[in-house]
Design a binder for this molecule. Structure first.
Ligand SMILES: [Zn+2]
Length: 157
Protein backbone atom coordinates (compact mmCIF):
# COMPACT_ATOMS: atom_id res chain seq x y z
CA UNK A 1 0.00 0.00 0.00
CA UNK A 2 1.35 3.37 -0.96
CA UNK A 3 -0.95 5.50 1.13
CA UNK A 4 1.13 7.69 3.33
CA UNK A 5 0.32 8.93 6.75
CA UNK A 6 0.64 12.58 5.74
CA UNK A 7 -2.21 12.13 3.33
CA UNK A 8 -4.34 10.84 6.16
CA UNK A 9 -3.52 13.68 8.47
CA UNK A 10 -3.74 16.49 5.98
CA UNK A 11 -6.61 15.53 3.88
CA UNK A 12 -9.36 14.10 6.04
CA UNK A 13 -12.50 15.75 4.92
CA UNK A 14 -15.91 15.01 6.23
CA UNK A 15 -18.49 15.12 3.54
CA UNK A 16 -22.19 15.01 3.64
CA UNK A 17 -23.32 13.82 0.28
CA UNK A 18 -25.96 15.98 -1.22
CA UNK A 19 -28.64 13.70 -2.50
CA UNK A 20 -30.86 14.86 -5.30
CA UNK A 21 -33.92 16.58 -3.97
CA UNK A 22 -36.45 14.82 -6.19
CA UNK A 23 -35.24 11.34 -5.23
CA UNK A 24 -36.31 9.29 -2.25
CA UNK A 25 -34.59 10.62 0.81
CA UNK A 26 -31.82 8.50 2.18
CA UNK A 27 -29.74 9.05 5.24
CA UNK A 28 -26.07 8.98 4.46
CA UNK A 29 -23.62 8.75 7.32
CA UNK A 30 -20.79 11.25 7.13
CA UNK A 31 -17.59 9.69 5.87
CA UNK A 32 -14.25 10.80 4.61
CA UNK A 33 -12.87 11.39 1.16
CA UNK A 34 -9.11 11.30 0.84
CA UNK A 35 -7.24 12.65 -2.19
CA UNK A 36 -4.23 10.60 -3.24
CA UNK A 37 -2.26 11.60 -6.32
CA UNK A 38 -0.60 8.16 -6.35
CA UNK A 39 -3.88 6.33 -6.76
CA UNK A 40 -4.11 4.64 -10.15
CA UNK A 41 -7.87 4.27 -9.89
CA UNK A 42 -10.12 7.26 -10.41
CA UNK A 43 -11.69 6.46 -7.03
CA UNK A 44 -12.09 3.52 -4.71
CA UNK A 45 -13.34 2.74 -1.23
CA UNK A 46 -11.50 0.99 1.52
CA UNK A 47 -11.85 0.25 5.19
CA UNK A 48 -10.81 3.15 7.35
CA UNK A 49 -9.93 2.75 11.03
CA UNK A 50 -11.52 6.07 11.94
CA UNK A 51 -14.53 6.40 9.65
CA UNK A 52 -15.32 2.78 8.98
CA UNK A 53 -14.78 3.37 5.28
CA UNK A 54 -13.24 6.10 3.19
CA UNK A 55 -13.37 7.05 -0.48
CA UNK A 56 -9.92 7.55 -1.95
CA UNK A 57 -9.68 9.45 -5.22
CA UNK A 58 -7.01 10.85 -7.47
CA UNK A 59 -7.47 14.64 -7.63
CA UNK A 60 -5.37 14.94 -10.78
CA UNK A 61 -7.46 12.41 -12.65
CA UNK A 62 -10.54 14.17 -11.34
CA UNK A 63 -9.35 17.45 -12.81
CA UNK A 64 -8.90 15.72 -16.16
CA UNK A 65 -12.28 14.03 -16.27
CA UNK A 66 -14.24 16.88 -14.69
CA UNK A 67 -17.83 16.31 -13.63
CA UNK A 68 -17.66 12.53 -14.20
CA UNK A 69 -15.41 12.25 -11.15
CA UNK A 70 -18.31 12.90 -8.79
CA UNK A 71 -20.07 9.85 -10.19
CA UNK A 72 -17.09 7.55 -9.74
CA UNK A 73 -16.61 8.77 -6.17
CA UNK A 74 -20.25 8.11 -5.48
CA UNK A 75 -19.95 4.67 -7.08
CA UNK A 76 -17.13 3.89 -4.63
CA UNK A 77 -19.22 5.23 -1.77
CA UNK A 78 -22.13 3.04 -2.89
CA UNK A 79 -20.15 -0.15 -2.34
CA UNK A 80 -20.02 0.63 1.36
CA UNK A 81 -23.50 2.09 1.55
CA UNK A 82 -24.93 -1.06 -0.03
CA UNK A 83 -22.97 -3.22 2.42
CA UNK A 84 -20.72 -4.81 -0.17
CA UNK A 85 -17.63 -6.45 1.28
CA UNK A 86 -14.94 -3.90 0.54
CA UNK A 87 -12.20 -5.30 -1.66
CA UNK A 88 -8.60 -4.15 -1.96
CA UNK A 89 -8.80 -4.16 -5.74
CA UNK A 90 -11.73 -2.35 -7.38
CA UNK A 91 -11.36 -4.71 -10.35
CA UNK A 92 -12.28 -7.65 -8.10
CA UNK A 93 -15.91 -6.71 -7.53
CA UNK A 94 -18.29 -9.06 -9.34
CA UNK A 95 -20.22 -7.51 -12.21
CA UNK A 96 -23.49 -7.77 -10.25
CA UNK A 97 -22.12 -5.55 -7.47
CA UNK A 98 -20.60 -3.14 -9.94
CA UNK A 99 -23.95 -2.85 -11.64
CA UNK A 100 -25.69 -2.17 -8.32
CA UNK A 101 -23.15 0.46 -7.31
CA UNK A 102 -23.52 2.14 -10.71
CA UNK A 103 -27.29 2.06 -10.46
CA UNK A 104 -27.31 3.54 -6.98
CA UNK A 105 -24.94 6.30 -8.05
CA UNK A 106 -27.08 6.93 -11.14
CA UNK A 107 -30.12 7.30 -8.91
CA UNK A 108 -28.65 9.51 -6.22
CA UNK A 109 -25.85 11.29 -8.05
CA UNK A 110 -26.01 14.79 -9.43
CA UNK A 111 -27.58 14.45 -12.85
CA UNK A 112 -24.80 16.36 -14.63
CA UNK A 113 -22.21 14.03 -13.09
CA UNK A 114 -24.21 10.93 -13.97
CA UNK A 115 -24.50 12.09 -17.56
CA UNK A 116 -20.80 13.01 -17.75
CA UNK A 117 -19.80 9.55 -16.47
CA UNK A 118 -21.99 7.82 -19.03
CA UNK A 119 -20.44 9.93 -21.79
CA UNK A 120 -16.95 9.13 -20.55
CA UNK A 121 -17.74 5.40 -20.57
CA UNK A 122 -19.04 5.66 -24.12
CA UNK A 123 -15.99 7.56 -25.33
CA UNK A 124 -13.74 5.03 -27.04
CA UNK A 125 -11.01 7.66 -27.40
CA UNK A 126 -10.80 8.41 -23.69
CA UNK A 127 -7.40 8.45 -22.04
CA UNK A 128 -6.45 4.81 -21.34
CA UNK A 129 -4.83 5.97 -18.10
CA UNK A 130 -8.32 6.47 -16.74
CA UNK A 131 -8.91 3.00 -15.39
CA UNK A 132 -12.40 1.71 -16.12
CA UNK A 133 -13.53 -1.68 -14.90
CA UNK A 134 -15.94 -3.94 -16.71
CA UNK A 135 -17.70 -3.43 -20.02
CA UNK A 136 -17.80 0.33 -20.40
CA UNK A 137 -20.59 0.30 -23.00
CA UNK A 138 -22.72 -1.94 -20.82
CA UNK A 139 -22.08 0.20 -17.77
CA UNK A 140 -23.08 3.35 -19.64
CA UNK A 141 -26.28 1.65 -20.74
CA UNK A 142 -27.10 0.51 -17.20
CA UNK A 143 -26.35 3.94 -15.76
CA UNK A 144 -28.64 5.59 -18.29
CA UNK A 145 -31.48 3.15 -17.60
CA UNK A 146 -31.16 3.54 -13.82
CA UNK A 147 -31.05 7.31 -14.09
CA UNK A 148 -34.12 7.38 -16.37
CA UNK A 149 -36.05 5.08 -14.02
CA UNK A 150 -35.30 7.47 -11.18
CA UNK A 151 -35.92 10.66 -13.12
CA UNK A 152 -32.30 11.60 -12.87
CA UNK A 153 -31.32 11.50 -16.54
CA UNK A 154 -30.56 14.87 -17.96
CA UNK A 155 -29.07 15.00 -21.41
CA UNK A 156 -26.76 17.92 -21.84
CA UNK A 157 -26.05 19.05 -25.36
ZN1 LIG B 1 -17.13 -0.64 -8.11
Amino acid sequence: MRYRKSIWLNALLIINLTICASCNKVTIAPMSEIPDTYLKEIAMIRDDPHWGAAVIYNPNTCKEIGEACGFFRLHAFAHNHLNHTLLAKPSSYPVSLETRADCWAAKYGKSNEVYAAAQLLLDKDRNPAWIIHGDAQQRAKNIRICAIENENWLEIN
